[in-house]
Design a protein. Structure first.
Length: 560
C-alpha cells in the first residue's frame, strides 16, 4: 500500500479515537464535556476492563499512562516530554510517564521506499550502492536502515514514518482542546498547567520532526569537540538529509555496557565511567550544548577507546548564566548549604512571590539532615533528585524546561556510570567542573568585564537622566503625564460579577415577561386560544423556555 493511497488521518477520526480511549480507561467524566461529548453515545459510558481487570482498579496516573500508550506516537511523546516537568506534575505521575519505551512495528518496505524516493529523488540511485529495507531500529516517529554509499562508505538512514506529521498536527489540536477543557471545567488540574505542557510539547515535537535540525546538532557537536582525542562524532552527510530523512555514518562500536568486549580492548568499567561522564560534564559546563538522552543504547566505544554518542534528535542548551545558577545549586548540595540552596532555587524560579520562605528553608534543612550522617559514596543521587523535585512541586518553583531536561539527563548518565562502576559517585566527580565554572565566573577578566559594563550603564544613565527628568516635568506642567495601573488577580472576581450581572438582567426580563403575560390574561385581551388570551399564552410559553434555559445554565455552572 503506497503512501499516497494510505488512509489519511482526519480530525474527526482522531477525536473519535481519543474519546473512545478516554472512556475505555475510566475518564468518561472528561468525555462528557464539549467538544468531546458530541463524539460518543451516552450508552457507551460503561465501566470497561483492561486485561480482564476493571479500569477503576488502577490508579488515575496508571490510567493516564495507559491512555497515552494506546493513542500512540503523539501522546507517548507528549508523556515523555511532560515527564521532564517534576516542578509541575506530581512525583507519582512523573514515575508512570517515565515507563514508556519507544518501540513500534516496522513500516512496510514499499512505504519506506516511497518516502526515500520522494525526499531524495535521483540522489537515491546516484548516491547509494545499496539500501537495506529491513530496519535495525523502529520507533514511533522514525525507523533506521543501514545503507552503503557509492564508494563503500557505510551509513544509516533515519526515515520518518509516512504521514506521522499530519497525525501529530491533528493530535496537537486535540491536546489543546483537552487542555482548555481541563483548565475550564476541572480546576483540580490547574496546578499541572495543562496548556503550558501542550505548548512546550508542540515546540519540542516540531523540532523532532525536522531531521535537518538533528543534522545541524551533529555538526555543532563535532565542532565543539574537534581535536579532543577521547571522543568521536559521526559524520553527517547534509546533501543527503531532508526534513524526513537523515543520513549519517554507521558506527560499528561496542555498547558501553558490554564490559566483556571492552575488557578485550583494554578498558575497564570504572575507566569508561570516568571518561564518558567527564566528557558529558564537559558538554554541559564548558560548551552548554549537551546530549539530552544519554541512555546506554546511545553510547558506544570504538576499538581505539574513543567514546561515541549517537542519536542527536534530543539536545539541550544551557546559557552561561543558567550554567552558573546550576553550579551554585550543585555546590550548595555538595556543601550542604541551606541558605545557598534556597537562594539557588529561588533564582531558578520564574515567580517567587507566593513562596513561603520560612517553610522552604525548614524543608531544605530537613533535606540536608537526611544526608548529614551519610558518606558521599553512599548517597543515591536519584533520591537527591527526587527530593529536589518534591521541593519544586510542593513550592510551585517554576524551573526553565531546559534546566529540568539537564537535571534528568544527569540522573540518566549517573545510572550509566553505576552500571559500569558500582562505586561511581556523580556528586563527587561533578564537583571539580562546578568549581572550575565558578572560578571562570569570578575570574579577574570576568569581573573586570562586568565592572566595565556597569560603569558603561551608569554613564548612559547619567547622560540621559537630566533629559528624562526635564521631559517628565514638562509633561506634568502640560497635564499630559499619565500613570497606568494594572490590577492583577481580579479576573475571577470580574468573571463572577459578569455572570451575576447577566443572570440578574435575565431574571428581571423574565419577571417582566411573566408579569406582562399575567396582566394580558387578567385583562382578557383578544385574540383567544381556547378562551385564553393568545398573547398571554405565548408569553407564558416563552417565559417557561427562558426559565428552563436559565436554570439549566445555573445547574451546569456555565456562562451565557
Amino acid at each position: 500500500m503506497s503512501v499516497t493511497n494510505a488512509h489519511k488521518p482526519t480530525l474527526m477520526g482522531r477525536y473519535e479515537k481519543v474519546i473512545g480511549v478516554l472512556v475505555k480507561y475510566g475518564f468518561a467524566d472528561i468525555a462528557t464535556h464539549p467538544p468531546f461529548s458530541r463524539f460518543i453515545p451516552k450508552w457507551k459510558m460503561l465501566v470497561p476492563t483492561h486485561n480482564g481487570v476493571p479500569v477503576t482498579e488502577f490508579t488515575r496516573y496508571e490510567r493516564i499512562r495507559m491512555v497515552c500508550e494506546e493513542l500512540g506516537t503523539t501522546f507517548i511523546k507528549f508523556a515523555q516530554i511532560a515527564s521532564n516537568r517534576p516542578d509541575i506534575l506530581p512525583e507519582e505521575l512523573v514515575e508512570e510517564l517515565q515507563k514508556f519505551q519507544d518501540h513500534a512495528l516496522p513500516v512496510p518496505v514499499e512505504n519506506i521506499q516511497e518516502v526515500l524516493e520522494k525526499e531524495l529523488g535521483d540522489k537515491l540511485e546516484k548516491s547509494f550502492e545499496h539500501v537495506d529495507f529491513q530496519p535495525i531500529a523502529s520507533a514511533s516517529m522514525a525507523q533506521v536502515h543501514r545503507a552503503v554509499l557509492v564508494g563503500g562508505q557505510e551509513v544509516v538512514l533515519k526515515v520518518q514514518r509516512p504521514r506521522i506529521g499530519e497525525t501529530v498536527e491533528l493530535d496537537i489540536q486535540i491536546l489543546k482542546s483537552l487542555a482548555r477543557l481541563l483548565e475550564h471545567r476541572f480546576p483540580q488540574f490547574d496546578a499541572y498547567q495543562p496548556m503550558e505542557l501542550v505548548k512546550m510539547f508542540e515546540a519540542s515535537i516540531h523540532k523532532e520532526l525536522d531531521f535537518t535540525l538533528e543534522a545541524a546538532n551533529v555538526r555543532r557537536f563535532e565542532e565543539q569537540f574537534r581535536g579532543n582525542p577521547d571522543i568521536y562524532v559521526p559524520t553527517v552527510f547534509p546533501e543527503l538529509c531532508t526534513e524526513k530523512v537523515l543520513c549519517m555514518e554507521y558506527i560499528d562500536g561496542i555498547k558501553c555496557t558490554d564490559t566483556a568486549t571492552l575488557g578485550r580492548i583494554g578498558m575497564t568499567g570504572p575507566q569508561l565511567a570516568l571518561k564518558g561522564i567527564n566528557l558529558y560534564f564537559e558538554q554541559v559546563f564548558d560548551h552548554g550544548f549537551f546530549h539530552a538522552d544519554p541512555h546506554p543504547g546511545n553510547i558506544f566505544v570504538l576499538p581505539d577507546s574513543r567514546v561515541c554518542f549517537i542519536d542527536y534528535g534530543m539536545m539541550g542548551t544551557v546559557m552561561e548564566g543558567d550554567r552558573e545558577l546550576l553550579a551554585d545549586l550543585l555546590l550548595a548540595v555538595h556543601d550542604q548549604d541551606v541558605e545557598g540552596l534556597e537562594r539557588a532555587l529561588l533564582r531558578f524560579s520564574w515567580d517567587e512571590e507566593k513562596i513561603d520562605h520560612a517553610s522552604l528553608e525548614y524543608d531544605i534543612g530537613e533535606f540536608f539532615q537526611n544526608y548529614s550522617n551519610i558518606g558521599l559514596e553512599e548517597i543515591d543521587s536519584n533520591q537527591v533528585m527526587a527530593a529536589l523535585n518534591s521541593l519544586f512541586f510542593d513550592y510551585k518553583i517554576r524551573i526553565p524546561s531546559n534546566l529540568l531536561l539537564l537535571l534528568k539527563a544527569l540522573v540518566i548518565i549517573e545510572g550509566v556510570g553505576l552500571m559500569l562502576d558500582p562505586h561511581y559517585n556523580i556528586i563527587q566527580n561533578i564537583h571539580p567542573f562546578v568549581v572550575r565554572l565558578l572560578r571562570r565566573k569570578y575570574s579577574p577578566a570576568k569581573l573586570t568585564k562586568r565592572v566595565a559594563k556597569t560603569i558603561g550603564d551608569f554613564s548612559k544613565l547619567a547622560t540621559s537622566l537630566p533629559e528624562d527628568v526635564e521631559d517628565i516635568i514638562g509633561k506634568i506642567k502640560k497635564g499630559k503625564l499619565h500613570i497606568e495601573f494594572e490590577h492583577r488577580g481580579l479576573e475571577p472576581v470580574d468573571n463572577a460579577l459578569d455572570v451575576a450581572s447577566k443572570r440578574i438582567s435575565f431574571a428581571v426580563v423574565l419577571a417582566a415577561l411573566i408579569l406582562g403575560s399575567s396582566l394580558l390574561v387578567i385583562a382578557d385581551v383578544p385574540p383567544h386560544i381556547k378562551n385564553v388570551p393568545a398573547l398571554g399564552f405565548f408569553g407564558f410559553i416563552i417565559s417557561a423556555l427562558f426559565g428552563f434555559r436559565w436554570l439549566r445554565s445555573i445547574w451546569k455552572q456555565g456562562k451565557f
